[in-house]
Design a protein around this ligand. Structure first.
Ligand SMILES: [Zn+2]
Ligand SMILES: [Zn+2]
Length: 280
């Protein structure tokens, strides 16, 4: 065993949806080897299709999953991820996704996190009233590369088929509902193992976690020293008026609360087009 291999540490991964595909290789770079407990009870922590409510905020839920994985494996550390998808707060009809990956250390009770957020997602749903319409909509959701859900209505469980990845099952489910209620409700299945777009978002969040794990607090040397606030007021390059532009980023340590303001690189002033005085 080489010296480097000797420093590897086993950590549990809370998943039953194959997330190790997005996570394991990146964590290996920082000496963490993933162990997946068998039959992790993922659904206890909420489902995208709504059978189970998420027990807390996105962050609380991710940490609760990690804690469960620690309990199931007896390891000291665990990784868990939690996604949140919904309408974009600013751009109408555009979905916004936010993925969080956390590493919980039960010995020190510290959490280091990684985030991804963006609009690259197939999180969409809608009614169809013919098989042709259904197939057209399915294609827009990336089917069959992405799994689908066909159900009797939004947030309805009376007829609910998840993880559909074959045309045959898709057609049968849609035709059954069309025959019975003249329409069917289709949505993207957001579970990672049937949603490569989401899997790649989780991978991006894992990269961010790795960056975070490599960033140490200058005061207490804990990992996870990262930007948590920004200071606005970047001066206008023409008149010096403080604009909404970001002037400084504030790095904060969650362990000892040490804070450090760092000026944005290559950003001394704001373009006058963002200045409320020069461009009212
Ligand atoms: Zn610190
Ligand atoms: Zn100005």
């Amino acid at each position: 065993m080489s010296k480097e291999e000797a420093t590897f540490e086993d950590v549990a991964l809370a998943t039953r949806h194959g997330k190790e595909a997005a996570i394991a290789a990146h964590l290996r770079q920082v000496g963490l080897l993933i162990t997946v407990p068998p039959d992790f009870p993922s659904d206890d922590f909420g489902t995208f299709s709504g059978e189970r409510e998420r027990p807390g905020s996105q962050f609380e839920t991710a940490v609760a999953k990690a804690r469960k994985a620690i309990e199931l494996t007896g390891l000291q550390k665990a990784v868990a991820s939690e996604g949140a998808y919904g309408p974009h707060p600013v751009i109408p009809f555009v979905p916004l996704g936010r993925e969080l990956v956390v590493l919980l250390d039960a010995a020190t009770e510290t959490v280091v996190e990684g985030w991804w957020s963006g609009t690259k997602t197939n999180f969409r749903s809608g009614w169809v009233s013919s098989l042709e319409e259904a197939e057209e909509f399915a294609q827009r959701l990336g089917f069959p590369k992405h799994g689908l859900i066909v159900r009797s209505g939004p947030e309805e469980f009376e007829f609910l088929k998840k993880g559909i990845v074959t045309h045959q099952i898709f057609q049968e489910s849609v035709e059954f509902l069309l025959g019975r209620q003249q329409r069917a409700f289709i949505e993207a299945d957001m579970r990672a193992m049937v949603n490569p777009t989401r899997m790649s978002a989780i991978e991006q969040a894992t990269r961010d976690l790795v960056t975070s794990l490599r960033s140490f607090c200058p005061a207490c040397q804990s990992p996870g020293f990262r930007v948590r606030e920004v200071v606005r007021g970047l001066p206008c390059s023409l008149c010096d008026y403080p604009t909404e532009g970001i002037k400084e980023e504030v790095f904060v340590c969650r362990v000892c609360q040490h804070r450090e303001c760092r000026k944005m690189a290559n950003r001394e002033s704001a373009d006058p087009c963002y200045c409320p005085v020069c461009n009212p």
